[in-house]
Ligand binder design. Sequence first.
Ligand code: AMP
Length: 294
Amino acid sequence: MGLLVVGSIALDSVYTPFGETADAPGGSAVFFAAAGAILHPVQVVGVVGADYPLAALKSLEARGVDLSGVEQAAGESFRWKARYSYDLASRETLETRLGVFAQFRPKLPAPFRKARYAFLGNIDPELQLGVLDQVTAPALVACDTMNYWIQSKRDLLLELLRHIDILMVNDSEARELSGDWNIYRAARWVLERGPKMAVIKQGEHGALLVSPDTTFKVPAYPLQDVFDPTGAGDAFAGGFMGYLASTDDLTLPNMRRAMMYGAAMGSFAVRQRRRSAGSRASCGPPGRRSPWEK
Ligand code: AMP
């Protein structure tokens, strides 16, 4: 039961009111894989530059992550810089440098094409469409995006919505995409454009699963030690998709259970990382430290 992810493989520089981190391993595909592989083997498609610390990725292999779809290209890795507000609930992107992702054209290894579960992680919608074209018979395709792509590639994103089953975004992205401040109406707007379901992540307030007939809300695990919220959405997606792939059951009750797994993985991702790289207790990328640890 293949579980495929395409997304960014990044070096993140994150500032919080409590500390900062520079060029830490991250990216949507990496957070997804770190969390998803706890439940089911994950196949990753992406690209890194010549400067990427490959050891951080290698230790994902020990968790059941297949990296044969990750290319290393000449040039700089994708870099992202962001600053979080005092309550760690909102953030401002300071810089996005696409680096090798600007020229990347994904080519799936043959076994990846048979994936039954595909997650198109946050990355250029053109690349997300390029991956979707190569997957032969997926049972479920879910997709994430971000303000950067909503603003710069809106038309391609709307085209992508016509071909996917679930859009998974956070509340501010749902509002920006739909142009509606009300989250339930924003979810309906999404459903009218193709997806059968929308998953709206709401940070410490949990997440919603919205279908044409039902709305289901799962709370976030109440944490007292949030250090770096980066990647929580991707870890949520890893838990959600990893659970679905491991059970291969797409009934609504099982989708609801998958939401619980998503919430659990999201909460692991934002906590303080254990120092032992590759620890299964961490849903963050190996080698990534919380900003305050620096
Ligand atoms: P999340 O906190 O779940 O929204 O995901 C944050 C991750 O997304 C970080 O590790 C970033 O490297 C990555 N990221 C940020 N901006 C972009 C972008 N425009 N395209 C792809 N990945 C991005």
